[in-house]
Design a protein around this ligand. Sequence first.
Ligand SMILES: NC(=O)c1ccc[n+]([C@@H]2O[C@H](COP(=O)([O-])OP(=O)(O)OC[C@H]3O[C@@H](n4cnc5c(N)ncnc54)[C@H](OP(=O)(O)O)[C@@H]3O)[C@@H](O)[C@H]2O)c1
Length: 217
Amino acid sequence: MAEKNESNNSEDGRWTLQGKTALVTGGTKGIGHAIVEELAGFGATVYTCCRNQEQLDQCLEKWRGKGYKVEGCVCDLTLRPQREMLMEKVINFFQGKLNILINNAGILLVKPATEFTEDDYSIIMKINFEASHHISQIAHPILKASESGNTVFISSIAGLVALPTSSIYAATKAAMNQLTRNLAYEWAKDNIRVNAVAPSIINTPLIEAAKKNPLTK
Ligand SMILES: NC(=O)c1ccc[n+]([C@@H]2O[C@H](COP(=O)([O-])OP(=O)(O)OC[C@H]3O[C@@H](n4cnc5c(N)ncnc54)[C@H](OP(=O)(O)O)[C@@H]3O)[C@@H](O)[C@H]2O)c1
């Protein structure tokens, strides 16, 4: 990530995220962690979540040490009541206005298509697709209230082309891509832009875990 100048502006001073509010799910590791730092580095106030209190506390301490405005809470996004609890905290923290929502948290399960269990299917659908949809749905009123809302889904190249041993993961990302198109269409009238980013492989703990799986070697 590029270092920002001290005033939280871009290098040439033409833009800044000062005064903007952002929610990044899964901000303690990998891509989400980099997104939190990028947004906070440009001056946004960021809220994030993950399942691990210790890792969250370590990240918050480090970020505050850098002068970033970041808050967060523990939340298991597979559970509907915990998503609702997260969004209550976000609504209170940002006083009802959210400029940027990054649906980032996700998991990768690698197996031949014939070997996925009912539990595998349920967990990956819940975190990768259902949670992203549900968080967006609850966030809609506060994105709209900001009068300049942005939602970004962290999808994957796996949702666009066929890759080996990740069929359900790929399906969750393909569903996310279509949800992006529909929300972009429905929410344009509310001044909410909706986009998806579809990375290829980025070396994160998610990829490290997948590499340990003999099927991906
Ligand atoms: N890395 C890649 O090559 C790649 C490529 C394309 C797309 N992506 C997508 O990018 C996103 C981020 O991937 P990454 O590689 O950065 O993953 P990562 O390094 O494993 O980080 C995932 C983050 O999400 C959190 N998280 C996971 N499950 C959660 C849950 N149930 N509730 C709340 N938080 C949860 C994790 O914290 P806890 O574990 O503490 O909960 C962590 O902060 C994912 O949607 C992934 O599909 C990644």
